[in-house]
Every structure is written in C-alpha cells, then in structure tokens.
Design a protein around this ligand. Structure first.
Ligand SMILES: *[C@@H]1O[C@H](CO)[C@@H](O)[C@H](O)[C@H]1NC(C)=O
Ligand SMILES: *[C@@H]1O[C@H](CO)[C@@H](O)[C@H](O)[C@H]1NC(C)=O
Length: 174
C-alpha cells in the first residue's frame, strides 16, 4: 500500500524472496538475511520515499549481477526523497547499492569521482564532503565544480598531483 507504510522488518530471513515497497514512508529493514539473489524494490506510485532505512542486512547471491535494492520508476520518478538511508549492508555475489558512498582518487588538476554505479537514485547528490591532499610544496586553490549524474568533479587552479577523498550522501534533508 503506498503512503504511510510504517513497517519494520528486522532480524528476518528472506529465503529466495524479496520485498516490494510502494511509495515507502517510514520503512525500516535491518539485520535481515536475503538469500538467493533476493532483493528489495522501492516502487514509485506518487514519487514519495520518506524515512526509509535499509541498513545492516546481509545479501547473498550467485553472481547474476542482481542489485540488492532497485527502483521501479515505471509510474514516474521519485520526486520527494527525504531521509532515505541504504548503507552498511554486506553483499556477496550481488551488486551493492547505497545512498552513501566514499571514494578516493589520484589526479592532476581535475578529479572526476564517479559514484553512478553505486548510488541508488540517479542524478541525485544532496551532500558532498571532500578532502584534498596535495603532495610536495604545492598549496593550490581547489573547488567542487559539479555533482550532476552522480559524478563529483573537483578542480584546482593549477595542475598538481593530489589525492581527493570524497563522501556523498543522497539521503539527507537539505
Ligand atoms: C555539470 O556537468 C554536466 C555534464 O556532466 C553539464 O551538462 C553541466 O553543464 C555541468 N554544470 C556546470 C555548472 O558546469
Ligand atoms: C600534472 O599536469 C601538469 C600540466 O599538464 C604537468 O606539467 C605535470 O607533469 C603533471 N604531473 C604529473 C605528476 O602527472
């Protein structure tokens, strides 16, 4: 039923069977074990996903490329996304998806960190934090330039080899 889902699924064993949640509002799925490529679908009816926690679960599959959490946006895209946290799940033989992700990369002048293969919602980054670690004596100016398509672009004013450490979040309310 779309809307006020108000459902907790905790400490459960999902044996070759998944969960479909329509317009989830207050849905909490944690500490559960999903066996046999079982996955969770968030299905948009009116485009609402609010207060959704999918955390601390175990997912186990057979390397069929199945994602642990999928979106069904065949009735329209999610438009109201508020406090959706998909994080800290352990995944074996399936593809992980999350609303929080971290990465680091080395570069020289421009750093493009691509989170599109891990973030759950397409083209949505609500919050970015990054650190910039330049070696040697260089001390450049640097800035966040772009977050579209779930790709974070950082640039410095001069080309210097440096490592950037980036954390992105789709779930926070801004
Ligand atoms: C951000 O990048 C996208 C393509 O990835 C581009 O279309 C857009 O113009 C860029 N935005 C800015 C402010 O540079
Ligand atoms: C970084 O880029 C600058 C300008 O293109 C180049 O001169 C320099 O050799 C590069 N440094 C490294 C370590 O690639």
């Amino acid at each position: 039923m779309p809307g006020n889902t108000q459902t907790r699924i905790v400490n459960s064993y999902m044996d070759y069977t998944g969960i479909v949640a329509e317009d989830p509002v207050q849905l909490h799925i944690s500490s559960s074990f999903f066996l046999g490529d079982a996955f969770i679908v968030l299905k948009s009816i009116n485009g609402v996903a609010k207060g959704v926690y999918i955390v601390d679960n175990l997912f186990s599959g057979k390397n069929n490329g199945v994602e642990i959490v999928k979106l069904d946006q065949s009735n329209g895209a999610f438009k109201q996304i508020d406090k959706v946290f998909v994080d800290r799940n352990t995944v074996q033989g399936m593809n992980t998806r999350a609303t929080i992700a971290r990465a680091s990369m080395q570069g020289n002048g421009t750093w493009t960190v691509d989170f599109s293969s891990i973030l759950l919602f397409p083209n949505l980054i609500k919050h970015v934090q990054y650190s910039f670690s330049a070696s040697g004596s260089s001390f450049p100016n640097h800035a966040l330039r772009n977050v579209s398509e779930n790709r974070v672009v950082i640039e410095s004013d001069v080309a210097v080899p440096a490592t950037v450490f980036v954390t992105v979040d789709q779930g926070v309310t801004s």
